[in-house]
Ligand binder design. Structure first.
Ligand code: NAD
Ligand code: AHE
Ligand code: ZN
Length: 369
């Protein structure tokens, strides 16, 4: 079949709307008609050329929701008409990772996914016979995408896809990092660096966990109002202080916070986030994604004296088994999504969504197909 997709032809270039050929789903694969997709900073990161796994030309996008249009041979867990969220973290249930009980990372399709290919090592997208790469196993910036069965979460048919698409990455990542990775408890203190879709979701998660103090940090003060709405108790702009931000937070909290979260992808801020944690027990969770060649550093003494550095991918959430529950928590009012959708637009305007993100004017733009 043919459909419309936004193609990333090369690093730093605007996406171009193209008619692409989409091959039928093969064994263990599913054809999804995309209804909506968010635009996450990770899409911009890969488009910038900073992603070591970035390959071009590709169809980006990993925060989508849609409807099953066709299934390939051997697909048993999904049928035509099912509502689904594509997962960039698959869940096969059978690999060493899935069976470990220690992680949501699944190894079944990760290697080919990182090369922009389906599990059999080929692409389902092409233009004039030339292959176009997949992205994160999801490629949601396309009217139709082919996704492995194990990379699809079946969700409640009544869930509004133009909202719950954000559970395909940003909101789940932030809430999950708090509840699964950090395991924040009632009364804990929290610092959140970066108040985009991820940071605001961390704040939402911290409030759900009953954190007593939630310090929101950003250099763009226009983000503070929404941070407060989600539960931030203090908003801090590091530019307003001469002292390093970690020192400011340590002084504000009688020695540091119990948990901090880096939601930017800036390795200097990652250091600040670690060093604003309390001696003896404070834990810092890295969520932000940093470019090729960048490394984190701190004095080992920071760790010797009890601070802990951790990372979190997709909030530690196992997509097929746990994401449907997140959708239902949205439907019963426990998780907020609607305020995150600051803009909606058709696929043709997708480059505006990237502009809004770079200017710090959006939280999430949702593309409606
Ligand atoms: P975003 O662009 O919407 O938000 C980033 C925020 O950081 C902005 O508000 C910006 O003003 C702020 N910021 C930038 N530099 C800053 C600084 N020096 N100090 C304080 N604040 C600063 O991005 P997003 O979509 O929320 O994504 C955030 C990060 O999380 C990105 O790196 C993204 O790739 C990553 N991410 C990781 C995962 C994961 O599973 N680990 C999932 C989704 C996104
Ligand atoms: N390709 C990058 C790594 C990118 C990365 O860390 N991705 C996050 C999700 S970001 C979603 O917005 C993640 O889940 N990572 C775990 C994984 O398996 O990719 C690089 O540096 O190579
Ligand atoms: Zn994302």
């Amino acid at each position: 079949m043919k459909c419309k997709a936004a193609v990333a032809w090369g690093p730093g270039q605007p996406l171009k709307i193209e008619e692409v050929d989409v091959q039928d789903p093969q064994k263990g694969e599913v054809l999804v008609r995309m209804v909506a997709t968010g635009v996450c900073h990770t899409d911009a990161f890969t488009l910038s050329g900073e992603d070591p796994e970035g390959v071009f030309p590709a169809i980006l996008g990993h925060e989508g929701a849609g409807v099953v249009e066709a299934v390939g041979e051997g697909v048993t867990s999904l049928k035509v008409g099912d509502h689904v969220i594509p997962l960039y973290t698959a869940e096969c249930g059978e690999c060493k990772f899935c069976k470990s009980g220690k992680t949501n990372l699944c190894s079944a399709v990760r290697e080919t996914q990182g090369k922009g290919l389906m599990p059999d090592g080929t692409s389902r997208f092409s233009i004039n016979g030339e292959p176009i790469y997949h992205y994160m196993g999801t490629s949601t910036f396309s009217e139709y995408s082919v996704v492995p069965e194990i990379s699809l979460a079946k969700i409640h048919v009544d869930a509004p896809l133009e909202k719950v698409c954000l559970l395909g990455c940003g909101i789940t990542t932030g809430i999950g990092a708090v509840l699964n990775t950090a395991k924040v408890e009632e009364g804990d203190t929290v610092a959140v660096f970066g108040l985009g879709g991820i940071g605001l979701s961390v704040i939402q998660g911290a409030r759900m966990a009953g954190a007593s103090r939630i310090i929101a940090i950003d250099i763009n003060e226009s983000k503070f109002e929404m941070a407060k709405q989600f539960g931030a108790t203090d908003c801090v702009n590091p530019k307003n202080f001469d002292a390093p931000i970690q020192q400011v937070i340590v002084e504000m909290t009688d020695g540091g916070v119990d948990y901090s979260f880096e939601c930017i992808g800036n390795v200097q801020v990652m250091r600040s986030a670690l060093e604003c944690c309390h001696k003896g027990w404070g834990e810092s969770i890295i969520i932000g994604v940093a470019g090729a060649g960048q490394e984190i550093s701190t004095r080992p003494f920071q760790l010797v004296t009890g601070r802990v550095w951790k990372g979190s991918a997709f909030g530690g959430v196992k997509g097929r088994t746990q994401l449907p529950g997140y959708v239902e928590e949205y439907m019963n009012g426990k998780i907020e999504i609607d305020p995150f959708v600051t803009h909606t637009m058709p696929l043709e305007q997708i480059n505006e969504a990237f502009d809004l993100m770079h200017k710090g004017e959006s939280i999430r733009t949702v593309i409606l197909f």
